[in-house]
Design a protein around this ligand. Structure first.
Ligand SMILES: NC(=O)C1=CN([C@@H]2O[C@H](COP(=O)(O)OP(=O)(O)OC[C@H]3O[C@@H](n4cnc5c(N)ncnc54)[C@H](O)[C@@H]3O)[C@@H](O)[C@H]2O)C=CC1
Ligand SMILES: N[C@@H](CC=O)C(=O)O
Ligand code: NA
Length: 428
């Protein structure tokens, strides 16, 4: 049998522990599929003595994470996290040493992916990151390989397990945001700084990677318009349900006439759409290709087993000698990112206002919408007798997003509003 693929593993937390378990428990099967054994030879993490429920006594322990690049391994797997710091130092050192690099670190890839892809290409070694986007779902492989013959018009989906877990629990159990976030953290879904999850940043990291693979463009995280789910309240979920929608954090990348729209926002998703039925930490990605048509990738987007499954799949590809450029094409062939102004995009919108109890408040809102050129499709008003305010929810007809924003701008500071208005896109 061919010599084993020797792996150095940095990070022994949720995903790192999972990788050790998958490699140990599926050892025989993986060896047959890879054509040779895949063996961890060295590990590094912050705390050597911590009980992780996996036996690491057979591996060399390396205190300084970046020193793993110099150990006797063919590939380094980075599962530490963080856009910069030890993860980036290790990535640079590994590729400079002419070794393959596998990572689940979407934050680092969103900020430094191009540099790392360049370095990997220069050294003719693999840079692989299936686990970084939608956890266990083989969406990078699906796009790079399965859909490689297609021009992609749009790629979009649910890219953050923590937010989806929170939104679907709020919806099903009427629970509070903070409560559910703590549960997602306990289950190992959330980032070490959970604001990355709930403010949409993690999904934006993933979207920027996905866009590069789908559209053959240099990754441009800065071009992604981002907001999260912090401002979604129970009433939005209830009103959306009454209107035939569910609330989901959706990332969308779409080729338009003037460039690529990339954004991550809470959306209203029609209940007949497959994304409306994605619950818990599950992720789902829809790809529209010009020959294959619509593809739907769905599965576990977070958690130890699924994420480790994607990391080990990358290692199996490397063991087989099957790898190409990090993105779907060599770095020199990637186009410059060309962001389209998001305000130009047309769509329907959901707007929520809390109104003070005054004569003429509805007329004021209707006038602001009319003056901004946004027409109203439906309107719900619910009085809150306890404090005299009223909740008003409006669904608009299709309009440029800049017009919706202009309508809200006209109302800014109005005495008729008892709170900040909030709006969401409606997925078409
Ligand atoms: N948890 C999940 O479901 C998923 C996580 N990821 C990504 O995988 C990576 C790892 O995530 P988790 O395993 O959840 O994190 P974790 O917090 O459970 O584990 C991190 C590991 O890195 C080590 N570490 C942290 N800082 C270090 C430092 N300065 N020097 C040396 N070691 C250090 C810790 O000791 C720990 O062993 C991150 O990039 C994360 O974004 C990707 C997909 C899913
Ligand atoms: N925090 C992330 C983990 C996987 O990428 C998420 O919740 O999706
Ligand atoms: Na994946």
């Amino acid at each position: 049998m061919t010599a084993a693929l020797r792996v150095a593993l940095a990070g022994l937390g949720t995903v790192g522990g999972g990788v050790i378990r998958v490699l140990q428990q599926n050892r025989e099967l993986i060896t047959r599929r890879a054509g040779r054994p895949i063996e961890i030879v060295a590990v590094s993490a912050r705390d050597r003595s911590k009980d992780r429920g996996v036996d690491i006594s057979g591996f060399e322990w390396v205190d300084d994470t970046s020193a793993l690049a110099a150990c006797d391994a063919d590939v380094v797997v980075e599962l530490v996290g963080g856009a910069d710091g030890p993860a980036l130092a290790l990535a640079r050192a590994t590729l400079a040493a002419g070794k393959g690099f596998v990572t689940a670190n979407k934050a680092m890839l969103a900020h430094h992916g191009l540099e790392l892809a360049n370095a990997a290409e220069g050294a003719k070694v693999p840079l692989k990151f299936e686990a970084a986007v939608a956890g266990g779902i083989p969406v990078i492989k699906g796009l790079r390989e399965g859909a490689a013959a297609n021009a992609i018009d749009r790629v979009y989906g649910i890219l953050n397990g923590t937010c989806n877990f929170i939104l679907s629990k709020m919806e099903a159990e009427g629970r509070d945001f903070a409560d559910v976030l703590a549960e997602a953290q306990a289950l190992g879904y959330a980032e070490s700084d959970p604001s990355f999850d709930i403010d949409g940043v993690d999904a934006a990291h993933k979207l920027s990677i996905l866009s590069s693979v789908a559209f053959g463009m240099k990754p441009a995280f800065g071009d992604v318009a981002v907001s999260g789910i912090r401002d979604v309240i129970a009433a939005d979920i209830a009103e959306a349900a009454a209107l035939g929608y569910r609330v989901r954090l959706v990332g969308v990348a779409e080729a338009g006439a003037s460039g690529l729209f990339q954004r991550v926002h809470a959306h209203l998703v029609p209940t007949h759409h497959p994304l409306a039925h994605v619950t818990g930490s599950t992720n789902a990605v829809v790809v529209d290709g010009n020959y294959v048509g619509r593809l739907l990738f769905q599965g576990a987007g977070a958690g130890d087993g699924p994420t480790a499954s994607a990391v080990v799949a990358d290692l199996i590809d490397i063991a087989r000698g099957e790898f190409g450029p990090a993105y779907a094409m060599p770095v020199a062939s990637l186009a410059e990112a060309s962001p389209a102004p998001t305000g130009e995009r047309r769509g329907r919108a959901y707007l929520r206002f809390t109104l003070a109890d005054r004569v003429g408040v509805l007329a004021e809102i209707a006038a602001a919408m009319r003056d901004a050129g946004v027409s109203i499709e439906s309107l719900i008003q619910r009085a809150a007798p306890e404090d005299g305010t009223a909740l008003v929810v409006i669904v608009t007809h299709e309009a440029p997003e800049s017009h919706v924003e202009a309508a809200l701008e006209r109302l800014r500071g109005s005495q008729s509003l008892a709170g900040e208005p909030f709006w969401m896109h409606i997925l078409d």
